[in-house]
Design a protein around this ligand. Sequence first.
Ligand code: PEP
Ligand code: MG
Length: 887
Amino acid sequence: MPKFVYDFTEGNKDLKDLLGGKGANLAEMTNLGLPVPPGFTITTAACRHYLEHGAMPEGLADEVNEHLARLESAMGKKLGQSDDPLLVSVRSGAKFSMPGMMETVLNVGLNDESVHGLASQAGDERFAWDSYRRLIQMFGRTVMDVDGDLFEEAIDDVKRARGTDDDGDLTADDFKELVERFKAIVRERSGREFPTDPREQMDLAIEAVFNSWNAPRAILYRRQERIPVDLGTAVNICSMVFGNMGMDSGTGVAFTRDPASGQQGVYGDYLQNAQGEDVVAGIRNTVPLTELERIDKASYDRLLEIMETLENHYRDMCDIEFTIERGKLWMLQTRVGKRTAAAAFRIACQLLDQGLIDVDEAVRRVSGDQLAQLMFPRFADSVDGVRKLTRGMNASPGAAVGKAVFTSERAVELAAQGEDVILVRRETNPDDLAGMMAAKGVLTSRGGKTSHAAVVARGMGKTCVCGAEELDVDVKNGHFTAPGGVTVREGDLISIDGTSGDVYLGEAPVEDSPVVRYFEGELSADEGDDLVKAVDRVMRHADERAALKVRANSDNPEDSARARRFGAAGIGLCRTEHMFLGDRRQLIEKLVLAEDDAERQAALDALEPLQKSDFEGIFEAMDGLPVTIRLIDPPLHEFLPDITELSVKVALAGDDADPRDRKLLEAVTRLHEQNPMLGLRGVRLGLVIPGLFAMQVRAIAEAAAARRRAGGDPRPEIMIPLVGAVQELEAVRDEAREILAQVRESTGVDVPALIGTMIELPRAAMTAGQIAEAAEFFSFGTNDLTQTTWGFSRDDVEAAFFGRYLELGIFGVSPFETLDRDGVGRLVRIAAEEGRKARPGIKLGICGEHGGDPDSVHFCHEVGLDYVSCSPFRVPVARLEAGRAAI
Ligand code: PEP
Ligand code: MG
């Protein structure tokens, strides 16, 4: 039978799958000899069993008994023992941190008798009754599903009766009264008595923590963070230590470096005479951790020592939760800390300099997503003409502008209408998650850098300013007031700067990030700050290690030039149909509608010089690097007028209708397709419309010849889209070769051009061996390959039903965003393998949107492709991921 329970002395940090992050790290700290209150962890396997079968696994109860007995003997007291009770916390802890999303119950073991025992042991009646009411409150809410507001209202009632608005003024008698009231609330709302048997409390709390894995907010968070749905949570049973035993007690959160900037120093928040949840909930304002030196120097020194031990041990920035009980420091949690993108780059390079990690590890420690965040624009240094309202804490960097909204629901509603919103709250709690996701940024008036808002926003990469205390936020009435008597109401535009903490009324102007200026070559690494230097260092090493090259998808000289500055090794996809938008659309229309050879030839003749000059510009921008030009691939509906609109126009005009419109309508009706994505497009179009591909190939060849004559080094590659059978490709290839020979002859310049194909149909993948006989390269068009493999219309499905599919866990992320390894990926593997077998040395790339997606880049590396191609702005991200994939 599997083992379901581990003492803290039995686990270690590498057992996160089984013990969750919290349990594994509590075990690690215990083994390091750090002061961790004794306890044990129930595994995620037990949770998974419970969630699957609706019952605890066999043998779990016995194991819990055994470990509880061991804990009781270590502590010298029994759970809930009436004269000196052992109390425990029951905490969730999954493999991946999900801050505040699941449940925790503290002070388990208290009841009408043991509360007296606790009072006499602690010599503090008020503390004991406060602890008891906290238990009923938390237990009522999490285990018995009672609305938490009812408890808060009861507390407010008692405070009102006492004429105070500070919890600190409440007496032991007040808490006794609250205990009675809370019990009545539980009885009334749940139809059950609050259980007084300590063991029953513990068992029910364990079950509630298991169930909280599937709480709606936890599901939402997992989807956002791409955490698998089936991991389950572990449960940590830990003997209680109390930060609320008076002013020589307290609780805090610390980081071994600043999680916002990455700078070294002492960062964290401390709250005297409080329990841990008070800090994370952001409901009371904390003091900076440095104050602890003044309050309790011995604990402060010990804490710094432990922080150093942890950093050296984990070789990374750690975050820590601790409690001081009457001058004795206890460690309640540690983990490798979440950090902003900028902090990640800085910390990786600091640790490298300190010799704690090597340069490969430094590159592994940052991600393409983080780099992408650093490339977002930010507010300009001088923000003229926009009124600064206040400065809060810079909790999560970025520049966000939007309409102020005061509830999560409104944020979701307005965002769905396409509005940019900033969610403004006094503090956030886990129920605000949907609103935080919908908003461009989050602004709170209370809570420190470790408050819920800050932690969650940082995790999401969302701009957040928190603890802007000068703001008076009135959520009920939908406004806040700022110093100087300014009132901001729902719908008013505000700007928040998560890097400085500044809050502005109105729309502040934004500017390019220094990291983009660095990639653009406007700012050298030497001129840049330590962040730019760190990015430079990481990128250099990533490029050195990468096996994959990174090309760009670009169809004009400007984007191509930028892509090159961003480090692109060529163009992987030049979509020629993009060259026919705007004014030129009519030329294509003429071509498609041509009724005889002469009309068609006239349209082609008009197009050719335009195409030639387009290609020359791109070859020049990418001189010396390969440029893959895809022959035109429009589903025809993208170029012709909308059939409904045109029909209405002609019908409304009646007898007066323009004859040209009538003719157009006739043709549009003739060419109308029910499934244009599966219709006359790609290679089919080239085979059906004589002269179209020939014109493009000639333009490519002549542009290349002209560049060569001008002293350039053009490297064209001609790519045929949507091929399903080798015969299609052969026909087009033979014609293209003929034209290349003609141009060679007429210009006297020989510019070799590879001729290859896209693999974007399952049949192409399955017959890749045959196709490779006729193709000098393959480029996987994974947009269409995903569309045709799943049978998902790429234009319709995401809005239509992907939300539901994600909810049902059919996939964790849209297959149009991250390549579906099992299905589409399998086709890619088969095609790559058979293509290589038929033509050793065949060049292989990918040019669907997946080319810029980190996970998909890793897949392409694993399959051994030669390059990925993505949009110019994603090129640095793909370069970094290509390096990381190779390490
Ligand atoms: C593809 O299908 O993946 C592709 C790159 O082509 P397009 O997106 O232009 O259809
Ligand atoms: Mg395609």
